[in-house]
Design a protein around this ligand. Sequence first.
Ligand code: GLV
Ligand code: MN
Ligand code: MN
Length: 509
Amino acid sequence: MQVTINSERLLNELHHLATLTDCPPATDPSFPAPAVAVTRIVFTPRDLEARAWLISLAQAAGFQTRVDPVGNIFIRWPGSDEGLGVVGTGSHTDAIPHAGMYDGTVGVLGGLEALRSLKEYGFIPKRTLELLMFTSEEPTRFGIGCLGSRLLGGVLSPAKADALPDLISETELGAPSTTKPGAPSSPAASSQAKVGSHDARLTLHDVRTAAGFTGPLTDVPLPIGYYHAWVELHIEQGPLLEREMKESALKETGSVLKGTGFSPSGGSRGLQAPEKSTHEDGALAPEESKTILGIVTHIAAPASYRFIVEGHGGHAGALLMPDRRDALTAASEIILSVERHTLAANAEAKLTGESGVDSVATVGAINVHPGAVNSVPSRVTLMLDIRDTDPERREHTMSALRADIAEIQSRRGVRITEERINADTPAISADHLVSTLTALCDDEHIPYKKMVSRAYHDTNFMARIAPVAMLFIPCRNGVSHRPDEYATPESITLGTRILARALAQLANE
Ligand code: GLV
Ligand code: MN
Ligand code: MN
């Protein structure tokens, strides 16, 4: 089947979606074009606008739509046999603060384009095809990634989910600034709320129902077997595909040169090497490199933790150094310990012949109380994101960190508490779906690389209820979660076409 993707329509829609943002365009002159910056936090007016727009596109294309109580959007093209398991695809449109315009959106709008193109081609699916836009793949607002897909996959209890605190209504990662309607609002009462009254904190339940997503979260999970197959299209968010493209372009140049007798060191008798121009930032121009697609075999296991360090605050001038129990200096030791043990885990893995890059850990959010230059910090909240292709190694790193924390706690006289937000297992792609994708690439002579996804995706949790796989397209310099995230129109179109062919094939199994 040679389905044609309407790449202009898809690109226009991606650019339109990028205009639905809550931050101004990036002005950093060191960022290569396009200078977009996207912030689209779940259940904000921007997110609601994007959702309404997506639903209008789907309905205009003749698809059915439904929204579940957590806000996951289902765009449905009924098959001729609705009794059969559904074939699904999809991703997310929420974006962390100051992000780019391709993370998640390529899988949603590419998925929509795949369905539309198949419909326009005249394809009649036997199985129902479904495109999902998941609620809150990003952890920005509720502190946990893949909220919608966790609930769909039955990985997060509906009651726990509804009670998740709304972090954007808080002044810091552990204390609320906004109270629930009806909660006491005197300064005394709100300062009491700050020291931990959970009653006054807005929760997912409050925020989702205020945004119009009502109904019990117990209605969200889907049964195992609902999906016959699940395939998500996404940008790689890492450098491996582009690196391989550069290497194979260089190899090709080498073989062309050999054939012509051209000697790069001179004496070329007028023959020219094909010129390999690059963008200023070193990325290959799209026409010069054959896009390599990524076929994901595993998704690394993510975990995240909140640590609260409580010490003693005081006057930055008057509190003498020997008397201090500074929560921030203790937190700094924790951060360095995270880095040390993660580097050690990689070094140890390398000794056993592994790549030595599979463990990663980041303290990416930290909050200091009271946060004044002339005040010794009394409380610090820090968020740790730790991932590994091997969950046992991840747990080993956590144990080493905990031993350090116990030592820091007693040496510095601070109290450190740990809260596990999530600790997930890796997802493994279904052989059958990996073979479907590789066969389609082979059929079109498209080079591909089987690879591990080190970023997490909603597919991690769809894997709990369905056979899954993912298709990656390269992104410039491996950059993601930054305004200069970029994927070429050619690779977006190619990925979308292979997705469309895979969905068509799976829908007729
Ligand atoms: C997803 O956005 C991730 O952090 O991997
Ligand atoms: Mn992301
Ligand atoms: Mn994503």
